[in-house]
Design a protein around this ligand. Structure first.
Ligand code: C2O
Ligand code: CU
Ligand code: CU
Length: 480
């Protein structure tokens, strides 16, 4: 009887299961029918705020020269305690989850030698970086198991919070989910005069989600909306002891397919100072911040407003993300000046393009489309003249299944959001961005200056990595 029931359910899953996997927006209740409940599961329980959030150690260079820092990073399979009492098989850069933070500064060259000790192919893409095409981690340009290669990054861009992750064709979503992601910070010495919190008071926090089975294994392939454990720097809904003073917090949404809607309990204020491409022109007080997959948000929170002993929860709409525990006092010479930096001025645009993200649901598997076509690494979808400034109207055509969200990402350059749904950009859209969420039916208009010394092929795609791995990705070629 059970076997028959299971078989019938499995058949239904083929027709319905994948639809549920596309409904990742946590605010929209997932329609559970009895077929999807076959795969539905919930992770083993754990106590919220019991774990302490680690600050991920910075990777030390193996060699420094006058111009260049050399790093070594190994991709490896290993076990790690994520939920208390369980050893979870993960895939890591350098043995930690997230991988070690690489911190460099504007104008200094970085060379990272990546050795792939894992069983499958992988590669490294530095998300948001200005980088030569051969070092961009193209999906077809992978490091075979047992092989290694060197990536070179010029860091010739504004100070910013980037992140590095696997970008191997069709496997990027699963391998990032299993742990192949880390933070990369470019410090700008010019920022030092601003007096923002620094040193131990400048903390990158990677947020993501996961679903675990009863044995503590990370489950892959189900409905992303069922990933019920939020990890902050790899720990489930942890606490983080802070001093009663200002902190610079760099949030990275490292989830493969999830929006975070962040707010502090009681509507306490976070002052946003930065986004994907670095500092905003001026700080913006926020009480709620939406951050789509791959987006970054930098805030300053002044824990000095609260007495020692205060516990301040950071929430998502679905529940707590982590808790800041004010445990001690500390001097605070830092400040948030009224002006942070002037954004580079872009020339007037001379080219306008319409870009459409959608799914083709007519087959047995959903097919991700960019302008009606699934990704083909052998095809160049658009050519862009080096130096051009372009306006892209990015449209999400997916009104089906109650609407499917997308996050649009462009490699190589940082863009400016001009409008959203015909209205002025929201607070989430400010500054220079490389990734922007696009609601179903919405058009987000962005402007980019392809002011690059590099030529060659770069990607643009949906950064819900399940979508890009299903084909929602395309190539632009920068030409002379
Ligand atoms: Cu975060 Cu094409 O990448
Ligand atoms: Cu990228
Ligand atoms: Cu998408």
């Amino acid at each position: 009887m059970l076997a028959i029931g299971g078989g019938a359910g499995a058949a239904l899953l083929v027709s319905h299961g994948w639809r549920a996997t596309l409904q990742a927006e946590p605010q929209a209740p997932v329609r559970h029918d009895h077929t999807t409940s076959l795969t539905a599961s919930s992770s083993p329980p754990f106590t919220a705020f019991a774990a302490r959030m680690p600050v991920i150690p910075e990777l030390a260079p193996v060699l420094r020269t006058r111009t260049t820092d050399y790093y070594r990073l190994r991709v490896q399979n290993q076990n790690m305690e994520i939920l208390p009492g369980f050893q979870t098989p993960v895939l890591t850069f350098g043995g930690s989850l997230p991988g070690p933070t690489i911190r460099t500064r504007v104008g200094r060259r970085v060379r990272v030698s990546v050795e792939n000790s894992s069983q499958g192919g992988t590669n490294v893409h530095l998300h948001g970086a200005y980088v030569a095409a051969e070092h961009d981690g193209h999906p077809m340009d992978t490091i075979a198991s047992g092989a290694s290669r060197v990536y070179e990054y010029p860091n010739a861009q504004q100070g910013c919070t980037l992140w590095y992750h696997d970008h191997s064709h069709h496997t990027e979503a699963e391998q990032v989910y299993r742990g192949l992601h880390g933070v990369y910070i470019i410090d700008d010495p010019a920022e030092r005069t601003l007096g923002l919190p620094s040193g131990q008071y400048d903390v990158p926090i990677t947020l993501r989600d996961a679903l675990f089975d009863a044995g503590g294994n990370m489950l892959w392939g189900g409905n992303p909306a069922e990933r019920d454990v939020i990890l902050a720097n790899g720990k489930p809904v942890p606490h983080f002891p802070v001093a009663a003073r200002k902190y610079r917090l760099r949030f990275v949404n490292g989830a493969t397919e999830r929006m975070f809607h962040l707010s502090l309990a009681g509507g306490e204020e976070m002052v946003q100072i930065g986004t994907d491409g670095g500092l905003l022109p001026a700080p913006v007080p926020r009480t709620g911040i939406t951050i789509g997959s791959a987006e970054r948000v930098e805030v300053v929170v002044d824990f000095g407003k609260y007495p020692v002993g205060t516990q301040l929860v950071l929430n998502d709409v679905l529940g707590p993300v982590m808790r800041f525990d004010v445990t001690h006092t500390a001097p605070d010479p830092s400040r948030v000046p009224a002006t942070l930096r002037a954004l580079p001025v872009m020339p007037n645009a001379t080219v306008t393009r319409n870009i459409e993200l959608s799914f083709d649901m007519t087959g047995t598997m959903p097919l991700g489309l960019m302008d009606g076509k699934p990704f083909d690494p052998a095809r160049v979808d658009i050519q862009i003249k080096r130096g051009a400034t372009e306006i892209w109207n990015i449209h999400n055509a997916d009104l089906q299944l109650g609407g499917i969200k997308h996050t649009f990402h462009m490699h190589l350059v940082q863009f400016e959001v001009l409008s959203r749904g015909g209205l002025p950009p929201t607070l989430d859209d400010r500054g220079r961005k490389d990734t922007v969420y696009v609601h179903p039916g919405e058009t987000v208009q962005v402007k980019a200056h392809f002011d690059t010394e590099y030529l060659g092929k770069y990607l643009y795609h949906c950064h819900f990595l399940e979508h890009s791995s299903l084909g929602m990705m395309a190539q632009m070629e920068i030409i002379p």
